[in-house]
Ligand binder design. Structure first.
Ligand code: TRP
Length: 350
């Protein structure tokens, strides 16, 4: 497990929410999503995808946004957008997102959602936008020579993503907490100024441990160090064979001192629903070669049904696209109703 410090208040709140979810799932609407910049990988699967499916199966109304406009925050052009959107849809369906129960949509297809951005922008100051630590970090890592207005304001756009459907629960990793604060601020200020329209959504902190990429750094679509859901068994074996380990032969689970080895052990443990210490102990003197064999087998066994479903859906892209069309239709209905409410509350309807 990673040892990221989480404020205990947030942790307690998350435990409370999990309890309420199990007792009254129908009172929650979850909003989550991804930027369509590349295929989802094992870090996404164990970090968020798996959790979305769990919430959906528990009876929560789940909305999944393909954040196409958000791709443009740190690059000039959204490259191969159609292919990336189809790829995400395939990953979602393969992982168990069920279009009969969940709504998958992309925000450029929902004009009324985007229009909420205008009144929302009026509710936050430039100084507040300037202070957002996640945006600051993204700006620091951006390859663009200047910061676009979209980069600067996207947390407010994300507030529109969440509030258009009155989402009240947002599963997040630690890095997305500042964004959720923006959403809560926007909702609160709107309600104060114009009357009660929006819920103040809660963060559902992910308990997911951090998986590192095969080079020992953060697993990421753009770093070429990730095993994609769609990778086949051979590619998986090749990637894991090349993963960075260390000179110590005996395998232990020690994330602090042996991050590369620990991440591989953790990956096998997650795939097998086992405790990482037990996995490490079993391999022990077998060394890195045995570890990599175990991980490869575990990943391929766990992913086999997901990959088979993905391949089957890939044969029927007409159906896959119809899933997005239906999701967009539902999102548009909801967004139009919310925008009407907003305009009414602002006194803009005569
Ligand atoms: N920012 C998220 C990411 O980069 C994607 C996203 C866009 C999102 N809108 C959202 C997530 C609303 C949750 C809620 O992955």
């Amino acid at each position: 497990m990673s040892t990221v410090a989480v404020p205990s208040g947030q942790q307690r709140r998350t435990a409370e929410l999990e309890d309420r979810i199990s007792r009254a799932p129908e009172t929650f609407r979850v909003m989550t999503g991804d930027r369509p910049t590349g295929p989802l990988h094992l870090g996404h699967y164990f970090g968020t995808l798996h959790n979305r499916v769990r919430l959906q199966d528990a009876g929560v109304d789940v909305f999944v946004i393909i954040a196409d406009y958000q791709v443009l925050t740190d690059r000039d052009v959204a490259d191969r957008l159609t292919a990336h959107m189809e790829g995400l849809l395939l990953d979602y369906l393969a992982a168990g997102i069920d279009p009969a129960r969940a709504t998958v949509f992309n925000h450029s297809a929902v004009p009324a959602l985007n229009q909420l951005l205008l009144p929302f922008l009026s509710l936050v100051s430039v100084a507040e936008l300037n202070r957002n630590p996640t945006v600051k970090d993204e700006i620091a890592h951006s390859r663009q020579s200047s910061v676009s207005g979209l980069m600067f304001t996207y947390p407010v756009h994300q507030a529109a993503d969440i509030l258009f459907c009155k989402g009240n629960l947002v599963p997040v990793g630690q890095d997305q907490l500042p964004h959720l604060e923006v959403t809560r601020t926007v909702a609160r200020r709107f309600n104060e100024r114009y009357g009660e329209v929006f819920p103040e959504p809660d963060a559902l902190l992910s308990a997911a441990p951090l998986l590192l990429g095969t080079d020992g750094t953060k697993m990421s679509k753009s770093r070429g160090n990730a095993v994609a859901l769609r990778a086949d068994a051979d590619e998986t074996a090749r990637l894991i064979r090349g993963a960075r380990t260390d000179a110590e032969r005996h395998i232990t689970y020690d994330p602090e001192n042996r991050p590369g080895v620990a991440s591989l052990v953790l990956l096998a443990a997650l795939c097998q629903d086992r405790d990482p210490h037990a996995v490490a102990e079993e391999i022990g003197a077998g060394g890195a070669a045995a570890l990599k064999r175990t991980v490869t087998e575990a990943v391929n066994a766990r992913m086999e049904p997901i990959r088979a479903r993905r391949a089957a859906y890939a044969q029927d892209l007409g159906y896959v696209r119809s899933v997005l069309r239906a999701g967009n239709e539902r999102a548009n209905e909801i967004a139009s109703a919310t925008l009407a409410e907003v305009r009414e509350a602002m006194g803009a309807v005569i």
